[in-house]
Design a protein around this ligand. Structure first.
Ligand SMILES: [Zn+2]
Length: 381
């Protein structure tokens, strides 16, 4: 997440804090110190109230971290790479490098978080009961424990809402996937319930707005909006993956893509190819169509324009070692997210050293627009 700082690395997992987290930390500490604890212990002075408030707040965010670490630990055990955990204004997020491959794995990764929150809730609850039964007066330690018990149980319950991207939504997806054997159906169901839940939160926010409870209203609408956009974007990604299942690079690449020779001057490359065809890059090939480099607009602009007429493309193109290419038989699905994330416009498709085509974003978009052809089943009579 942009705007995050790494605070610590725990068993190979980077723990990051997003700047928005400091707002929620301050808000929780403030409301505990000025409302929650004063209501429960009238005798305490402001100093101890703030001490109790910040202790409870720190322990609460450590609980959120424990929740995310549980997801991460199970994912790692199952062989998934965990990119990191980020705490931000709406809670925590563990980034796992890829989607679960099996329903059972998805289930355990998802359920681990709420289970750890429930366990922490019980633990804090037991501590609260113990301090009460010990005959202690209603100390701030007891009320910190009680609040943490409530918050952890709430965290578990909220996350178990069965709509994607909540943990409960992932559990629902895993169950539908496991029962039906259809991952795509499972994603649609979980994303649909997720959006329904998001709309419900926003509606709740509007209700609070009408009642004049501005803070609650803003909070619910923000959470609803976040959940809705996450549910929608993960649905779109799943749709693209589903759509591109079984499609190879060769089926999406363009074969009629201009190329240039290494001896062509930059002036001609720009005036005759890059500019008229509106290209960001053009492959450089020898007479037998062997790919030797790619000339991009940015590598061109690194050379003074007055020298373009006397500089051959070979001098400005990216060098073969730095050249990224794909093979025509590579599956398109995984590649697409990579192209999107890294904003790559075109990739040379190379077979045995020869350029056979260019994979462009437009080519991928065209494949996505083609009508879905159901696989034909031939039945022998
Ligand atoms: Zn979770």
């Amino acid at each position: 997440m942009r705007g995050s700082v790494k605070v610590v690395r725990l068993s190979g997992i980077d723990i990051q804090i997003h700047f928005s987290w400091f707002l929620i930390f301050a808000a929780v500490t403030w409301s505990l110190a000025t409302f929650y604890f004063p209501l429960r212990s009238h005798t305490l002075a402001a100093g101890p109230q703030w001490a109790a408030g910040s202790t409870a707040s720190v322990l609460f965010f450590l609980s959120v971290l424990a929740h995310e670490l549980s997801h991460a630990a199970v994912a790692k055990r199952l062989g998934y790479e965990v990119e990191g955990i980020t705490l931000f204004i709406l809670g925590g997020m563990a980034s796992i490098s890829r989607e679960a491959e099996r329903a059972r794995e998805e289930f355990w990764i998802a359920v681990a978080g709420p289970l750890s929150s429930l366990a922490l809730g019980l633990l804090f609850g037991a501590f609260w009961v113990a301090t009460r039964n010990a005959g202690a007066t209603f100390s701030s330690t007891g009320s910190i424990a009680l609040w943490l018990a409530e918050m952890n149980v709430l965290l578990a319950l909220f996350n178990l809402v069965p709509g994607y991207p909540m943990d409960g939504g992932r559990v629902l997806r895993a169950v539908v996937w496991g029962v039906s054997g259809n991952g795509w159906l499972a994603t649609r169901v979980a994303a649909w319930v997720g959006r329904l839940f998001a709309y419900t939160l926003v509606l709740g926010g509007v209700y609070f707005l009408v009642q004049g409870a501005i803070a609650s209203a803003v909070w619910l609408i923000a959470v609803g909006w976040f959940l809705h956009s996450t549910a929608s974007s993960s649905y779109r990604q799943a749709a693209v993956r589903e759509r591109l299942k079984g499609v190879a690079v060769g089926q999406a690449m363009s074969r009629e893509y201009p190329t240039i020779a290494p001896s062509l001057t930059l002036r001609d490359a720009f005036d005759r190819i890059l500019q008229p065809y509106h290209l960001a890059a053009v492959p450089v090939v020898t007479d037998d169509n062997s790919l030797v480099g790619v000339l991009t607009r940015s590598s061109l602009s690194a050379i003074p324009e007055m020298d373009w007429a006397v500089t051959p493309a070979a001098r400005a193109m990216s060098q073969p070692g730095a050249l990224e290419t794909v093979a025509p038989e590579e599956p398109l699905g995984e590649l697409v997210e990579n192209l999107d994330n890294r904003k790559i416009e075109a990739l040379p498709v190379v077979d045995g050293g020869r350029l056979v085509g260019m994979l462009t974003r437009k080519g991928v978009r065209d494949v996505l627009r083609r009508p879905i052809v159901a696989p034909t089943k031939t039945e022998s009579s």
